[in-house]
Design a protein around this ligand. Structure first.
Ligand code: EPS
Length: 376
């Protein structure tokens, strides 16, 4: 099936369905010599997983990675790396009633019209379960980016419904103001510790109501050197937008100030350069589609989950009007556990672009003193 591979030199192909025997990926083009063990995947996979708190789907998957190829004596060999995770907690009977129905707002209908045949169990291939393998593949990318360039890719939840972080200024210098220990110590990846209790109450009420809500996630990649990104059609921002848009439920991506640039003046937006550093970062670390050496900043909008137990009128595969009720174990806010997924897609893009830059421009070297990232 087309559309299952991401990246040119660090090419990740994922496979598998939510309720099939397993999900997996093949990573081709990975540099040799990277130390990788099955345990390395556990941390990020647990950050993304269902069933770890009451605020996400209660499906309990161990998400244990089996390395099938491409690693010998603990290091990548340069041959294709195959990773496999077995599905152990699928409950397909939850989907029996809606197997011939289209959940409004869900991929059900579009998949059916496209393929004429689909695996409806757990959403099949359209399930967010697939994102597990992106996170797994990105563990290798994150490790390589950190070891080679000190690049760190981190995200946080920047909005749930109408709630925004109150005690943190998430302006253009957002990353510098984030306490990453706070982000990692609550179930929401929320940067403001004083609001966690409020979010718990909000999510409990939402879950009880049977409804769902959208969310925004910000991702910041620090340490990215100048030069990554290929004009014209392989721009770093274009590939980030494509990668982030490929995540289930994503409806919007902003780079840098994003849509706020519409009302800005050029005299404000231009990020002034001084030998001591950039004075601001409205561009989100990308100029002309190429990294500037500043932090790369992206913001991602997730729609509310469409699998709701609140009844709704819709149609089935025969075009008949039916009442649709989705039972099962769904996320009331899919954005809550999407932070590691967004980080993963940013890391995969950066790794691929880093390898492409090295292939074409590896001999250019430093032509002018590097301007420090500045306000970040
Ligand atoms: C999902 C629906 C639920 C989630 C699933 C994503 O699946 P099920 O009904 O089988 O429990 O649990 O998420 C995962 C299993 C995961 O690992 O992310 C969906 O429709 O996208």
């Amino acid at each position: 099936m087309a559309g299952n591979t991401f990246g040119q030199l660090f090419a990740v192909t994922t496979f598998g369905e939510s309720h099939g025997p397993a999900i997996g990926c093949v990573i081709d083009g990975c540099p040799p010599g990277i130390a990788i063990a099955a345990e390395d995947f556990a941390h990020d996979l647990a950050r993304r997983a269902t069933g770890r708190t009451r605020h996400t789907s209660q499906r309990h998957e161990a998400d244990e990675v089996e390395i099938l190829s491409g690693v010998y004596e603990g290091k990548t060999t340069g041959t294709p790396i195959a990773l496999l995770i077995r599905n152990t907690d699928a409950r397909s009977k939850d989907y029996a009633k809606i197997a011939e129905q289209f959940r409004p707002g869900h991929a059900d209908y579009a998949y059916w019209q496209k393929y004429g045949h689909r695996d409806p169990r757990g959403g099949g291939r359209s399930s967010a379960r697939e994102t597990t393998m992106r996170v797994a593949a990105a563990v290798i990318a994150k490790k390589w980016l950190a070891a080679k360039f000190d690049v760190v890719v981190r995200g946080y939840l920047a909005q749930i419904g109408d709630i925004v972080p109150r005690g943190v200024d998430l302006g253009e210098a957002g990353a510098a103001r984030i306490d990453w220990n706070v982000v990692e110590s609550n179930p929401f990846f929320w940067p403001d510790a004083s609001q966690v209790a409020e979010l718990e109450d909000y999510m409990d009420a939402l879950r009880k109501s049977g409804d769902s809500v959208g969310a925004r996630i910000d991702v910041v990649a620090e340490g990215v050197p100048p030069g990554w990104g290929e004009p014209i059609y392989g721009k770093l921002d274009a590939e980030l937008a494509s990668a982030l848009m490929s995540i289930n439920a994503v409806k919007g991506v902003e780079i840098g100030d994003g849509f706020a640039v519409v009302s800005q003046h050029g005299s404000l937006h231009r990020d002034r350069m001084t030998p001591q550093g950039f004075a601001s970062n409205h561009a989100g670390g990308i100029l002309g589609g190429i990294s500037s050496g500043q932090a790369v900043r992206c913001s991602v909008a997730f729609k509310p989950t469409s699998s709701l137990r609140l009844p709704v009128q819709g149609v089935d595969v025969h075009g008949e009007v039916v009442e649709i009720v989705t039972t099962g174990r769904h996320d009331p806010c899919v954005g809550i556990r999407a932070t590691p997924i967004c980080e993963a897609m940013v890391a995969l893009v950066l790794m691929d672009q880093a390898l492409r830059h090295r292939a074409q421009c590896g001999d250019v070297g430093e032509v002018t003193p590097r301007i420090p990232a500045g306000s970040e």
